[in-house]
Design a protein around this ligand. Structure first.
Ligand code: PGA
Length: 227
């Protein structure tokens, strides 16, 4: 059996309803949408408002993609105007990204609030993918997957080297034993194998390269063909 690899596509604040439908329509036309994946898990994370339509489209087509959200509330249901709770997300998705560097930077999310978000997400039985920019960032113990994403590699086209990502992820694993850890930052269909062929790297978190169904399916195909 091969080591399990996860590919988690983060669509960020992109796409309208029509474009979401087109993405799934085009992905369904790819051969990779219909063949069994080898110890490979594929997740896409649309905006909250598109989770119902994405979930509906997935249930109509038989292929192996799961859904995730990009954030979730630190609070349970109640008087928290504008928030989307873990339980609401769980009706449509299995995963949630928490602590992405864009949330830390633009929304001033700190370790304390992120811990509350993780707890709420776990109460809702979501699988938490917790993003950290370096090996020194604290990680709540109840997360499921950790994503190492150096800020300078995000959206820049300058990925970390697979060797360095492997080294940093090795340190993250020493500090967080038994966790699966993936790499994110300018991952493409072309470089995906160089990351997942490294011993410590359990998958990737592409942003830009997940927006195009052709590029994303190529990434999945390449990952599925690993030795
Ligand atoms: P990128 O984004 O692949 O566009 O660099 C990765 C991320 O922010 O998760």
């Amino acid at each position: 059996m091969k080591r399990k690899i996860s590919i988690i596509g983060n669509w960020k604040s992109n796409k309208n309803k029509e474009e979401v439908a087109q993405w799934f329509e085009q992905y369904t036309k790819e051969d990779i949408a219909h063949i069994p994946l080898v110890d490979l898990e594929v997740v896409v994370c649309p905006a909250f408002i598109h989770l119902p339509v994405a979930s509906n489209l997935l249930s109509k087509n038989v292929f192996n993609i799961k859904l995730g959200a990009q954030d979730s509330s630190p609070f349970p249901s109640g008087a928290y105007t504008g928030e989307v709770t873990g339980k609401m997300i769980r009706e449509f998705a299995e995963y949630v990204l928490i602590g992405h560097s864009e949330r830390r930077k633009h929304f001033k999310e700190d370790d304390e609030i992120l811990k509350l978000k993780v707890n709420e997400a776990k109460n809702a039985e979501l699988q938490v993918i917790y993003c950290i920019p370096d090996e020194n960032t604290p990680v709540p113990q109840n997360v499921d997957i950790i994503a190492y994403e150096p800020v300078w590699a995000i959206g820049t086209g300058k990925a970390d080297s697979p060797q360095n990502a492997n080294k940093v992820i090795g340190l993250v694993k020493e500090r967080n034993p038994s966790k699966r850890v993936i790499y994110g930052g300018s991952v493409t269909a072309e470089n995906v194998l160089s990351f997942i062929n490294e011993a410590n790297i359990d998958g990737v978190l592409p942003g830009g390269a997940s927006l195009d169904p052709g590029k994303f399916s190529m990434m999945v195909r390449n990952a599925n063909s690993r030795e």
